[in-house]
Design a protein around this ligand. Structure first.
Ligand code: FES
Ligand SMILES: [Fe+2]
Length: 447
C-alpha cells in the first residue's frame, strides 16, 4: 500500500480537446456498435461479487450488451469467466443469474463442462469425425480478476492488468477493505435511455441543487449546502491518466442538517453521539461537525471495529469521494459505505440500459446501526441484499435517485431533437467531456 494513502492527493492535470458532443451519441445504433466493438470489448468491467460465489462450482451470470458472462468459482479459490455459450452449436449454457454446479450441462444436447471450462461429457463421443470433443473443447474464456470483493472481466485477450487499468484507484480502494463490505440494498431497472445519460449525470454535481434540492434561478448556490456540499469552488475534481474520475465533496452539514432553532437533526445527531460528541455543542453551527467528526473517528475508530480507519485520509471520514470508472461504473465512497451506480447497454437498443442502484456498507457500520437498509430488504443466504428488479414507473428505485431517473428519461427525449446541436459544458462538467473523448479514443484507435 502507498505510504501517502492518508493524504488526500491530486491526480495529474488533464487536457480535453473540446469535441462536439451531439445527440446521436445517445441514439444511433451505428455509434453504439462502434462503442461495443472498440470500447466495451476492450475495457475492464465490474461485473460480479465474490460473496455471491463463495464455493467451488458456484456461478453468477451477468449480461453486458449482447454478451452474457458466466463467472465461476474454481476449486483453487480463484474465479474464471466464460462467455455463456455452448461450443457445440451455440446454445447459451445457463439461464438465470446464479447457481451451483458440479458440471454445466447444456440443455440442447447435454454436452457437459467442468467449472474450469473443459468439456467432460458429450453423448455419442465416438461419432465426431474431428475426434472426441471431450478434454479437447473448452468454453471460451474471458480475462477475469478479483479486486475489492468484485469480479472484473475484460473481453480483450491482450488486455493490460486490472491494476494498471485502475491506476490510483487500486490503492485508494484497497486501503478501505471494501472486499469485506456487504450489500445492504439493491434495486435495478431497465431504463429508456442510453447508458451514457446515466454516467454523464454521475460525472457532475452541477445538477444537484436543481434536481435534488429544489433550487430555483433565485437560489444562492453557495448557501444551499445539504448533507453534502456540491458547490464547485469547494469541491475537488480529479481526472486520472487512466481515464477515471474523482470528485471529493465536503460533508457540508448545512441546510437540512438543523431544525429552525438550529438543533442538529438525524442522522447527524446519532452519528455525533456515537462518536462521543454532544449535538448541543453544534447548535447553529453544524458545519463545525465536519472537523469534530474527523478527529473523533481518527481517535476512536479502531477500538470500535472500524479497522480501515488508519488507512484513510481525514477528509474521508466525512466527505463524499465520488468516482466514475470508465466506462460504466459510478460510486460514492464514504468512510463506511458506498453507493454503487452502474449502467449497462441493452443488447440491441441504444436507447435502453440496465441501471443498478445498490449500497454496500462496512461490517462495523452495519453493527453500529449506521446502515439500516438490511432491515427493509430481503437478504440472501450469503448475507447480501437480494437484487430487486423494479419497474421505475410504478416503484421507487431509491431515495434521491428517482429524481435523477426522471431526468434521464426526459433528456433522452431531448437528444432525439434536430434542434439540439451539441452540449455546452461548464468547467465543472469537464469530466463528461473527458469521458466522451476517451470513448472516441477507443473508437478512433488512440487507446
Ligand atoms: S448446443 Fe449445447 S449441447 Fe448442443
Ligand atoms: Fe443526482
Amino acid at each position: 500500500m502507498a505510504d501517502n494513502i492518508r493524504v488526500l492527493n491530486r491526480y495529474p492535470e488533464q487536457t480535453t480537446r473540446g469535441s462536439l458532443l451531439q445527440g446521436n451519441r445517445y441514439t444511433s445504433r451505428e455509434f453504439a456498435s462502434l462503442e461495443w466493438e472498440n470500447m466495451w470489448t476492450r475495457v475492464w468491467l465490474i461485473l460480479g461479487r465474490e460473496a455471491e460465489i463463495p464455493n467451488p462450482g458456484d456461478w453468477q451470470m451477468e449480461p453486458v450488451g449482447p454478451e452474457e458472462i458466466l463467472m465461476v468459482r474454481q476449486t483453487d479459490g480463484t474465479v474464471k469467466a466464460f462467455y455463456n455459450v455452448c461450443q457445440h452449436r451455440g446454445n447459451p449454457l445457463v439461464e438465470g443469474n446464479s447457481g451451483s454446479v458440479k458440471r454445466f450441462v447444456c440443455k440442447y444436447h447435454s454436452w457437459a463442462y467442468m467449472p474450469d471450462g473443459e468439456l467432460n461429457f458429450a453423448p455419442d463421443r465416438e461419432d465426431f469425425p474431428e475426434g472426441n470433443p471431450c478434454g479437447k473443447v473448452r468454453l471460451a474464456e474471458v480475462a477475469c480478476e478479483t479486486f475489492a470483493g468484485f469480479v472484473w472481466v475484460n473481453m480483450d485477450p491482450n488486455c493490460q492488468s486490472l491494476r494498471s487499468f485502475l491506476g490510483p484507484i487500486w490503492d485508494e480502494w484497497q486501503a478501505r477493505h471494501i472486499d469485506t463490505w456487504r450489500r445492504t440494498m439493491a434495486r435495478s431497472a431497465w431504463l429508456p435511455c442510453n447508458w451514457k445519460v446515466v454516467l454523464d449525470n454521475f460525472n457532475e454535481s452541477y445538477h444537484v441543487p436543481t434536481v435534488h434540492q429544489g433550487a430555483t434561478t433565485e437560489t444562492n448556490r453557495q448557501e444551499i449546502r445539504g448533507h453534502i456540499n456540491t458547490y464547485f469552488k469547494e469541491t475537488q475534481f480529479d481526472l486520472s491518466n487512466e481515464g477515471h474520475n474523482r470528485m471529493v465533496m465536503q460533508g457540508g452539514f448545512g441546510v437540512g442538517s438543523t431544525d429552525k432553532e438550529g438543533n442538529v437533526l438525524e442522522p447527524l445527531k446519532s452519528e455525533l453521539r456515537f462518536w462521543n460528541l454532544d449535538p448541543d455543542d453544534f447548535r447553529n453551527n453544524p458545519a463545525a461537525t465536519r472537523e469534530a467528526l474527523q478527529s473523533a473517528k481518527r481517535k476512536l475508530g479502531v477500538e470500535r471495529g472500524f479497522s480501515h480507519y488508519p488507512n484513510i485520509p481525514d477528509e474521508q471520514f466525512t466527505d463524499a469521494f465520488h468516482y466514475t470508472l470508465l466506462p460504466n461504473f459510478a460510486v460514492t465512497v464514504w468512510s463506511d459505505s458506498f453507493h454503487f451506480l452502474r449502467a449497462r447497454p441493452d443488447r440491441d437498443n441504444p436507447e435502453r440500459c440496465l441501471f443498478d442502484n445498490w449500497w454496500y456498507s462496512s461490517p462495523a457500520s452495519i453493527e453500529a446501526g449506521f446502515d439500516r437498509r438490511l432491515e427493509h430488504t430481503d437478504v440472501q443466504e450469503n448475507g447480501e441484499a437480494v437484487v430487486e428488479m423494479i419497474d421505475p414507473t410504478t416503484r421507487s428505485i431509491g431515495p434521491g435517485i428517482d429524481d435523477d431517473v426522471r431526468v434521464f428519461v426526459t433528456q433522452q427525449r431531448g437528444f432525439r431533437s434536430r434542434g439540439f446541436k451539441g452540449v455546452y459544458l461548464s468547467k465543472q462538467e469537464e469530466r463528461i467531456r473527458r469521458y466522451h473523448e476517451l470513448i472516441d479514443d477507443y473508437i478512433e484507435g488512440r487507446r
